[in-house]
Design a protein around this ligand. Structure first.
Ligand code: GAL
Length: 995
């Protein structure tokens, strides 16, 4: 879907491309503050130049605020310094005029956590966000607000005022200018393509910028074009997005041959040469839709090889503002998703939905740390864009971009990758480059370098690491630090690769290098009276001493993955203030390292017993080292100055409930079809007009949103008197991709459209099983699924207004039958939703949901016993509840998932899973793909009682049941993070006018 959008965008952009800022563009804001400034190379904070490298998470996709810090520390631990967030208008202002920051919608805990983690924040509140969210972030009431959205149309501009003002004020209060972490404010989102005949609406852009400023925001305003197409360039700093590997997670090994987008540089420099190269979204995973391949596949499509090739291509373009979308995806709990996404928003991101770390996380860490210690990069320019093929290697199968520091000390970065990005071939090459010693061919000692398949490397020339001058290095740099007067440089390559690193010495004679630890060997050669080259194979870990001033750690990738440069906790200013030079080899995750009184305190997570190697000034460790508060055992000094020790992981088994042996209670959740059911509290669907751009084909409007119902299941009731000739009912229902519906005539099941992963609406004809007596009165009940509102990627488009409901209907055999009244039910209260804690998207319109049966402490004692794995024997909706206790000790991060196995008998059913009242799973058995539903600690109460509720909508005559339902651990981690505070697990209270 997004791919399509992008293609449309490309076409549109090339037809509309306006080039650099022109007279039609509004002038830039004059600076309102001097804390965040920029020039053509990079941003500066308080005058210090820095790269803003980081990635995206969405607080609303993790409704446990105490876990924000967990994710943010994980981001910080990669070496990144920035987190970018969307803010979702539709959940903040579900009812027009009432902007709510209640519960998980409160932004303050996120800003506080970012500050604590030491990350700068880019806020992206829209008003439009896309983000695979229902309506693309627009509120449901937008569907019945007339006028074109994402334009200067007054009705739209008025509609967003309240939200932009309220959210702007919160952001303004958390700007860096006021001591907060927020440094940038993104306006709109990919305002890049427009529905014909409309084009870019400069008046809207101008107006939005003014409205943002009016809310008190003084930091620079940015925007993200879908690609460098020159749209919305009136912002302070223009940037763009790039998803070079697309979204086909079903073919995760398929890369486009020409996918490495070198052209981005030329396009963007034509637009904003005076700004840094800013990529506000760079693919960090992929969307997966109903019937898709699953997040794990998306993680392969965008795995470590992808990161090496595509992220280093960004590096080749002097990208100093770079944000990965997503670093942590999270969960589309409740009705967050648009129809192209299911409950999981794992995204195949570096930090998986259950908050564990994928291998790709560790690859990012290598690159981010390199950026952090390479200030020369901040003033670079790529020198040979478009002419990189064969350059510097003479090998046409390779592209090498020369990225030179054009301001500072002339450091060069040479980014090498395959010309055909998709190839698995190995290319041997030599790099011939200008250096301070004249033109050199690397390796100088002999042999050649090699690029193995989908890989890319950054070779440095004339690079400073403290007082050590690297003449060049083909082995990549992870980090370096000056420790007790010596420069420690951590180099890495793939296992078994030959690399060469050379040094220039100013004041001393050329020393010899010697291996002081590890099994690797080196060859060395004096290149001149001032320079020495060493050649080595990267495998395992080898430590080499070069003279008495430089120590090299030579690692293969596996070993490099284990190295960390742990930040000092709460050191918000660390990017601009000197930090303690501490490097630690330490396994799964190191969150922070602090020193006091000669004792080093490391906080981290373990998934196995791990050896540590601590490379730190002696004074910082002289009275010991602790890991998560406990002294590190077997601490020893190595012969080359570091400290080694061991930390044991204690990963005890924990008792989990066996869900099938619990006591479950069940009740019918479709009493609406019963004879004695009164629908007097239902909303009468009696509008004869709508402003919706889709013209209804029915006498009264049957669009759920026109009656205030924007999420979850929708029920319709049609009352009629029979002519006696009716033999069936034909109807066209719209619900979004993978939706379905079922129909009952009075109490009798008529039929279902079970749904598939393609159709977003379906016209079906359903036969009545009984003939109707002339004059008899009847009720048709239609239960439909609502998969979220469409997104609205095109400006001036109205896709998000695409109705959910009944588009047309007729009786088969009887044109004259008149439906006397249509009624509709959605979530209780509609826009006046009841559960303010869990927000407007948590509940749908099922009877059970309207009654609040999914909530803790609802009294189900009078219900009968029955389990979702027993199911129900006919079409209908049943609801199940059970409770269980958990007792998982503090200090363990044991993520849990609810796991369902696919049913092949009676496959057509839909279930929703509620954990302590939070809807944490929407399962469509016959569509898939998701069968494992991660539920975070904090939604699950790890220390006490939990309520689990399940709805089961059997869509076939034969009924349905869950083949199995289990609570399973997805990882066992011992963590230094904590404590986790439960999200508010508010309990059931009587619901006014629940029906
Ligand atoms: C971008 C968009 C994001 C998200 C992403 C795909 O184009 O800005 O909001 O939809 O695509 O995941």
């Amino acid at each position: 879907m997004v791919l399509l959008q992008l293609l449309c965008g490309l076409l549109l952009a090339f037809s509309l491309y306006g080039g650099a800022r022109s007279a039609t563009h509004i002038p830039r804001q004059s600076p309102l503050q001097d804390v965040v400034t920029w020039d053509q190379y990079s941003f500066k904070i308080n005058g210090t130049r820095l790269a803003l490298w980081g990635g995206e998470m969405h607080p609303y996709r993790l409704p446990v605020p105490s876990l924000y810090l967990d994710i943010l520390q994980k981001i910080k631990a990669t070496g990144f310094n920035t987190v970018s967030i969307y803010i979702f208008w539709g959940i903040m202002e579900a009812k027009r005029g009432e902007v709510s920051f209640e519960g998980f919608r409160d932004l303050q805990p996120f800003f506080d956590a970012a500050k604590k983690a030491g990350l700068y924040v880019i806020t992206r509140p829209g008003p439009y966000i896309n983000a695979e969210t229902t309506g693309g972030g627009f509120p449901g009431w937008g569907t019945y607000t007339p006028g074109l959205w994402r334009t200067s149309n007054a009705t739209y501009v008025e509609a967003y005022q309240n939200y932009i003002r309220s959210v702007g004020e919160k952001i303004a209060a958390n700007e860096i200018t006021k001591g907060g972490p927020v440094i940038l404010f993104q306006a709109e989102n990919e305002y890049t393509g427009w529905q014909e005949p409309y084009t870019e609406d400069f008046e809207y852009e101008n107006r939005l910028l003014k409205d943002i400023r009016a809310s008190g925001v003084t930091i620079p305003i940015t925007t993200n074009d879908a690609f460098p197409g020159g749209h919305f360039v009136g912002v302070d700093v223009y940037g763009y997005d790039s998803y070079p590997n697309g979204f086909d997670c079903a073919h995760p090994y398929t890369w486009a041959p020409d996918a490495v987008p070198e052209w981005l540089w030329g396009a963007r420099i034509a637009i904003n040469p005076e700004d840094p190269n800013a990529m506000f979204e760079n693919q960090g995973g992929a969307i997966d839709g109903w019937g898709g391949a699953g997040g794990a596949n998306c993680a392969i499509l965008t795995g470590p090889d992808f990161e090496r090739v595509f992220y280093k291509n960004q590096f080749a373009m002097s990208t100093t503002v770079w944000s990965i979308y997503m670093l942590y995806g999270g969960t589309n709990w409740g009705g967050i998703a648009f129809p192209g996404s299911y409950t999981s928003y794992d995204y195949g991101a570096s930090i998986a939905e259950d908050r564990t770390l994928r291998e790709k996380y560790y690859e990012i860490k290598l690159q981010a740390n390199f950026g952090r210690v390479s200030p020369a990069y901040l003033t670079t320019r790529p020198q040979n864009i478009g002419a990189s093929q064969g350059s510097f290697t003479g090998n046409q199968a390779l592209k090498t971009t020369q990225v030179l520091d054009v301001v500072g000390n002339k450091t060069g970065f040479y980014v090498v990758r395959q010309t055909d990005a998709s190839t698995h071939d190995t290319q041997a090459y030599k790099l011939t480059v200008p250096t301070s010693l004249g033109t050199l061919t690397i390796p100088a000692i002999g042999g050649s370098l090699a690029l193995h398949g989908r890989d890319s490397k950054i070779h440095v020339v004339d690079y400073s690491a403290g007082s050590t001058h690297l003449l060049y290095s083909s082995a990549e740099i992870f980090t370096w630090a000056t420790i007790d007067g010596k420069d420690v440089i951590v180099l890495y390559g793939n296992s078994g690769e030959v690399h060469e690193t050379a040094f220039t010495f100013k004041d001393t004679t050329v020393p010899t290098a010697k291996v002081v630890s590890g099994r690797g060997s080196i060859q060395q050669k004096t290149l001149s009276s001032t320079s020495l080259a060493i050649q080595f194979t990267t495998s395992g870990q080898t430590v080499v001493q070069v003279g008495d001033k430089t120590t090299l750690y030579i690692l293969d990738r596996e070993n490099a993955y284990q190295f960390w440069v742990p930040p000092s906790p709460s050191n918000f200013a660390h990017v601009t203030a000197p930090r303690e030079p501490i490097i630690i080899k330490g396994g799964y995750l190191l969150r922070s390292a602090t020193t006091s009184e000669g004792r080093l305190a490391i906080i981290g997570d373990l998934n196995a017993t791990t050896s540590l190697e601590i490379i730190a000034p002696q004074a910082l460790t002289k009275t010991g080292v602790t890991f998560n508060g406990k002294p590190v055992s077997e601490l020893k000094k190595t012969n080359y100055g570091s400290l080694v020790g061991r930390v044991s992981a204690v990963l005890p088994d924990v008792k989990l409930p066996d869900l099938k042996s619990l006591t479950w209670k069940t009740a019918d959740s479709l009493p609406e079809i019963k004879k004695d059911y009164f629908d007097d509290l239902w909303t009468i669907a009696n509008h004869t007009e709508t402003v919706n751009p889709t013209t209804p084909k029915t006498p009264v409007v049957l669009y759920a949103s026109d009656y205030g119902y924007h999420t979850g299941n929708i029920l319709w009731r049609a009352h009629f008197n029979a002519t006696g000739k009716e033999t069936g009912f034909k109807l066209d229902v719209w619900g979004g991709t993978a939706f379905g519906y079922s129909i009952w005539l009075d109490e009798i099941f008529v039929g279902s459209f079970a749904g598939d992963w393609v159709q977003g609406n379906y016209e079906g004809t359903f036969k009545f099983l009984k003939s109707l007596t002339q004059g008899s009165s009847h009720v048709l009940t239609v239960l439909q699924d609502h998969m979220g509102l469409n997104e609205n990627w095109a400006g001036a488009g109205e896709d998000f207004k695409t109705p959910r409901g009944i588009m047309s209907y007729s009786f088969v055999g009887s044109d004259e039958t008149v439906i006397s009244v249509w009624k509709v039910a959605g979530n209780l209260g509609g826009e006046d939703y009841v559960d303010k804690t869990r927000g407007p998207l948590n509940e749908g319109g099922l009877f059970a949901e309207r009654q609040g049966w999914h909530l803790p402490e609802f009294d189900d004692r009078k219900w009968t016993s029955g389990k979702p794995t027993d199911g129900l024997p006919q079409a209908g909706v049943a609801f199940y509840r059970t409770t269980f206790d958990l007792n998982i000790p503090d200090g363990l991060d044991y993520p849990l998932s609810l796991v369902i196995s696919n049913s092949t008998t009676n496959p057509h059913f839909r279930s929703k899973l509620y954990v302590n009242g939070y809807q944490y799973g929407k399962y469509v058995n016959h569509v898939g793909p998701q069968t494992s539903f991660p539920v975070p600690h904090g939604i699950l109460n790890y220390k006490g009682k939990n309520t689990l509720a399940v709805s089961l909508w059997a869509m076939d005559e034969g009924g349905a049941q869950l083949a199995s339902l289990d609570l399973k651990l997805t990882a066992k981690i011992q963590t230094g993070f904590g404590p986790v505070v439960n999200a508010p697990l508010t309990v059931w209270t009587p619901r006014f006018r629940a029906f």
